[in-house]
Every structure is written in structure tokens, then in C-alpha cells.
Design a protein around this ligand. Structure first.
Ligand SMILES: [Zn+2]
Ligand SMILES: [Zn+2]
Length: 344
């Protein structure tokens, strides 16, 4: 076999299967992985629906779990192993990787990711394919415990890890703290934050969203859920120690700041797409809150997240709204709901 199928994003509303060369090992630390499940990332949804203007064509799909089918002598894995492929490429050797900044590894161009060549400006291939090339596999690949199924393992490579990082650090510094998630644009990441907060024993977990189905999912994850209702109010009824803003608009960001308690921590996991976004910084100053935004350190947090799912504390399954097959991927990628997972 010298060529294989690969799904490409062409333009909003249009995905297309094309033939591409089969990836090959080029270093002793390389591995080739056959995807076993690929999930739609929250960003993917906004790319295919045109809200995020990424120019095609590029290979699509970056939340994935797979089976090693080939490995170099120093890849640290062997054929047959089930592995999570972190969506960001990183080497594990450079200064940034050593600091845990695997989202900006010096060995790769900025934003290096699978399935997002419009961002990284380099094509690393995508998950909707028969095989994916993994460099630095000894560092990159994370083995999947038998207790975690493919349909969950796929989401771990990006969105579950993303939801996790928004609450895990703040909760370990302040065990039992209260957590508020302002839901919206980053549909699954917000829900995964709520699930992670429940798993990590936050004192109280409240999820806000105007979408009743999203609220029902949050309740299934163990959180309290209420409408966001931004038109009616500027802050939550209570102040929260830890706040996650997943809504992606200026009013929601202001609401999140107003709802963060003095000396609290706010993590903005959504991408604010406007060129500039007004921020009520005076409020943040007087309350002394810490505001963090930026891309997840996918590989760096993955081991802890996998462990938390494997031990049964973190139960992300209610977030998945649909399981489909690769053959449906071109048509079903805009499926309404927070998380669709595709099996080959
Ligand atoms: Zn993603
Ligand atoms: Zn690196």
C-alpha cells in the first residue's frame, strides 16, 4: 500500500476524502499509528461551520487514539499498543518541553498540531486517515489503560485535557474550592471542566449555559446547572474561587470576571475571535484575580488526566452526543451537540 485515504477540510461545509502517500518511519524514535477513534474538537466544529476562518485545504482531525502499527527501535512503543496521540507535536527534549510547555516545543513550528495546518502552516497529517506519522513517539505517545474505551480515549488528546487544566492546578492549590463554568463556544471543553472539577472534589460546581441540552449534560456529569442569561445579569449570584470561561464572547468574559471571588483564578479556555476584546480590568485589579488564557499543554497534562479517567473519578462519557463512522465524517462533522466521535 503506497497511498491511503485522508479527509481534508476544503472550505466551510465541505470536507473531502483524498489519496495521500502512506507515512513512513524516518527516525528511530518515530512510530506509525492507525487511528481507532477520532473525535471532533470544539475548534473543528467552528472551522467546518465557518465561524473560525481557516483556509483549506488541509488534513483534518486531531483528537485521536490509535494502535501502533510500526515503530522505530527507540520509539518506546511496539506494534499493537493502544496509544493516545496528543494533538500538539512536541519533542520532550527541548527547554520548553522540559518546563511542561509542550504547546510551544522548539523542535516544531509554532502551533504545530495534527489536523490544523492552517494554523501551524505545516502539514503533519490528520486523524481521519489510515495512518498517522508520530515523531518523538517515545515522548509523545501515552498508553491507554484497558479500562478506557476508544471513544473516550480520543477526546483525551485535546478537549478533556483542556477542560482539566482549567481546574486541576487551581484546585490542587485550593482543595475544595468552588468552581463556576461559563459555557458556550467551547462546547465540550466547558463540560469537561465541570466533570474534572467534580472528579477533583471541588466544593461546589456550577455550570451556566443557555442551551438546555448542555445543562442536562452538566447535571449528568455531577454539576449544578443554570441558564447563563447574560441579558439579565452581569455576575453570578455567588462569587466563585475558580472560574472557567468557555463562552467565547466579551459579555461572558466580563461576567466571568465579575463572578470570580477576590484572589480567585479565572481561566479563559475559549478563543476570543474578535481582534480586540474589552476586559473589565479594574474589577479584576481590585479583586486581585489571576487571569490565564492560552492553549492547553496537551502532552504535559495527559498522564494525570488519563490516570483520573482510568481510576473512575473523571467520567466524561455524558459529553459525547453521537458515535459515527469515518464514512459519515464528511457529512456529520457539523452535527449539533458537543462531541461526535468517529470510528474507522
Ligand atoms: Zn482541538
Ligand atoms: Zn520540545
Amino acid at each position: 500500500m503506497s497511498s491511503m485515504r485522508q479527509l481534508f477540510f476544503i472550505e466551510p461545509g465541505r470536507l473531502e476524502w483524498r489519496q495521500v502517500p502512506v507515512p513512513v518511519l524516518s527516525a528511530s524514535t518515530d512510530a506509525i499509528v492507525r487511528p481507532l477513534a477520532v473525535a471532533r474538537c470544539d475548534l473543528d466544529y467552528h472551522i467546518v461551520t465557518g465561524r473560525v476562518p481557516f483556509p483549506g485545504p488541509f488534513a483534518f482531525g486531531h483528537e485521536m487514539v490509535g494502535e501502533v502499527i510500526e515503530a522505530g527501535d527507540a520509539a518506546g512503543v511496539t506494534p499493537g499498543m493502544r496509544v493516545i496521540v496528543p494533538f500538539q507535536l512536541s519533542c520532550g527534549r527541548c527547554d520548553n518541553c522540559r518546563r511542561g510547555w509542550t504547546n510551544s516545543c522548539s523542535a516544531f513550528p509554532p502551533y504545530a498540531s495534527y489536523g490544523l495546518a492552517a494554523g501551524s502552516r505545516h502539514e503533519f497529517g490528520g486523524g481521519f486517515a489510515d495512518a498517522v506519522h508520530v515523531p518523538f513517539a517515545d515522548h509523545m505517545l501515552v498508553r491507554v489503560p484497558d479500562s478506557i474505551g476508544d471513544e473516550i480515549a480520543a477526546n483525551l488528546s485535546d478537549n478533556i485535557a483542556d477542560g482539566w487544566r482549567a481546574v486541576a492546578g487551581p484546585l490542587s492549590a485550593r482543595p475544595g474550592a468552588s468552581v463556576l463554568v461559563v459555557g458556550g463556544l467551547a462546547q465540550s471543553v466547558g463540560l469537561y471542566s465541570a466533570a474534572a472539577a467534580v472528579a477533583l472534589k471541588a466544593g461546589r460546581v456550577v455550570y451556566l449555559d443557555d442551551d438546555a441540552e448542555q445543562r442536562a449534560r452538566a447535571v449528568a456529569l455531577g454539576a449544578d446547572a443554570l441558564p447563563l442569561a447574560l441579558a439579565d445579569r452581569h455576575a453570578a449570584r455567588d462569587q466563585f474561587d475558580i472560574v472557567v470561561e468557555a463562552a467565547g464572547d466579551a459579555a461572558a468574559l466580563g461576567f466571568a470576571i465579575q463572578s470570580t471571588a477576590a484572589n480567585g483564578v479565572l481561566t479563559v479556555v475559549s478563543i476570543h475571535l474578535a481582534r480586540t476584546t474589552p476586559v473589565p480590568l479594574q474589577q479584576a485589579y481590585y479583586k486581585g484575580i489571576t487571569i490565564h488564557t492560552g492553549r492547553v499543554q496537551s502532552r504535559a497534562v495527559l498522564s494525570d488526566v488519563v490516570q483520573c479517567v482510568a481510576c473512575g473519578a473523571l467520567r466524561p462519557a455524558p459529553v459525547t452526543h453521537r458515535i459515527a463512522h469515518f464514512a459519515e465524517a464528511a457529512d456529520a462533522m457539523d452535527s449539533r451537540g458537543p462531541k461526535i466521535v468517529f470510528l474507522p
